[in-house]
Design a protein around this ligand. Structure first.
Ligand code: ITT
Length: 195
């Protein structure tokens, strides 16, 4: 099958993610869920990033014939049994970036092993095809948030090989090494074969 349409609908309500996907997949036209569906909400009851990404992509695909792309991602802290993991956006009672961060730092108080990784599973769905790719970036969690860019846990995550947090980096630098970038590069490669 040859796809001539290079439009991708992103099955996400997270504006930060959508912007990063747009910046990384800059040879595609990126649209958001609200462009094709009035209200888009999915119960993320999968047990892995990929299960949840598939649930989101499949749910939006009934509204469009374009390629649908979903991202499920999160932070895994090794000394916390890989928490918050798939619960990253819902870690605290308040479920805000600030409260999630605060809970993470509290749970890490006094713990020396600060190693962590961001994980991302991207699922693209179109016609009868499903493409699933994962990406990671390894690093460590610092004691106090630093930086204003990005979102989520960016202010406490210092990637390997750097001495600043994701939130201190410009978007271009984060997007050149992130978990999202790594997963998207693989998705892009798979899609380009079919376009
Ligand atoms: P959608 O499901 O609508 O896409 P969401 O924010 O709920 O949006 P997820 O369920 O995939 O998405 O949760 C992702 C959470 O993981 C996000 O809210 C952050 O807390 C964290 N996260 C993922 N990628 C991140 C990044 O690049 N920088 C910082 N935090 C990130």
């Amino acid at each position: 099958m040859y796809l001539v349409n290079r439009t991708i609908i992103v099955a996400s309500n997270n504006e930060h993610k959508i912007r990063e996907i747009q910046e990384i997949l800059n040879s595609f036209t990126i649209k958001k869920a609200s462009d094709v569906a009035e209200k888009f909400e999915v119960e993320e009851d999968g047990e892995t990033f990929c299960e949840n990404a598939y649930l989101k992509a499949k749910a939006l695909s009934i509204y469009t014939n374009d390629i649908v792309l979903a991202d499920d991602s999160g932070l895994e802290v090794f000394s916390l049994n890989n928490e918050p993991g798939i619960y990253s956006s819902r870690y605290s009672k308040e479920q805000t970036d600030e409260a999630n961060l605060e809970k993470l730092l509290k749970n890490l108080k006094g713990i020396k092993d600060r190693r962590a990784r961001f994980s991302c599973c991207m699922v693209a769905v179109f016609a009868d095809n499903v493409i699933q790719k994962e990406g990671y970036v390894y690093g460590k969690i610092i004691d106090e948030p630093i930086g204003k860019n990005g979102f989520g846990y960016d202010p406490v995550f210092v990637p390997e090989g750097y001495d600043i947090t994701f939130a201190q980096m410009d978007a271009e630098t984060k997007n050149s090494i992130s978990h999202r970038k790594n997963a998207l590069e693989k998705i892009k490669e798979a899609l380009e074969v079919m376009l």
